[in-house]
Design a protein around this ligand. Structure first.
Ligand SMILES: Cc1cc2nc3c(=O)[nH]c(=O)nc-3n(C[C@H](O)[C@H](O)[C@H](O)COP(=O)(O)O)c2cc1C
Length: 154
């Protein structure tokens, strides 16, 4: 696998909420034509995708006060293989939760600290029903990341 992935948007979703947010991030990224965007389910993402990605957006629902198991599984499957190649890459996080989201975010950030990625945008936590404003904020995140990639700063 030797394709380029500028912006890799990885998500898990059971009832579709996080998927809508992840799709919005990817749509926003696609507005900058030169940026190659890939939207992938965490379960289908492997070490090669992580290596190829220049900028990573992790989108997870909160389940039981933690990230989704499939997102944790991605870390479990790839950490040893990719950690040295991930140092300094840009990342952002989107959490979709019923009413909290802080447990999912902190669990992801704890693991990300081990990868030594660079947080380039503040995390987004969406609580409750996904609204058009939420979708727009995720689109905006995608646009901002893509613009930064295009400028060579992310
Ligand atoms: C098994 C399960 C556990 C959940 N645990 C939490 C939780 O701890 N905190 C919270 O705010 N929401 C919790 N929720 C609500 C989900 O985070 C919320 O419905 C979210 O939008 C689901 O995203 P999805 O449609 O992408 O799966 C839980 C939902 C499920 C199904």
């Amino acid at each position: 696998m030797n394709e380029t992935i500028d912006l890799l948007v990885v998500y898990h979703s059971q009832s579709g909420n996080t998927e809508r947010l992840a799709q919005a991030v990817a749509d926003g990224g696609c507005t900058v034509g030169s940026v190659v965007v890939r939207l992938m389910r965490a379960a289908e993402t492997n070490a090669d995708h992580m290596r190829l990605a220049r900028c990573l957006v992790l989108c997870s629902p909160e389940y039981f006060g933690y990230m989704a198991g499939a997102v944790k599984d991605l870390f479990d499957r790839t950490y040893e293989q990719v950690r040295e190649e991930m140092v300094g890459k840009s990342y952002a996080v989107v959490i979709c939760a019923g009413n909290d989201g802080t447990g999912a975010l902190s669990s992801i950030e704890r693991i990300i600290a081990g990868y030594k990625l660079r947080k380039v945008q503040p995390p987004i936590i969406i609580r409750g029903d996904v609204s058009s404003e939420h979708i727009e904020s995720c689109r905006e995140l995608g646009r901002t990341l893509a613009a930064g990639i295009d400028l060579g700063i992310y």
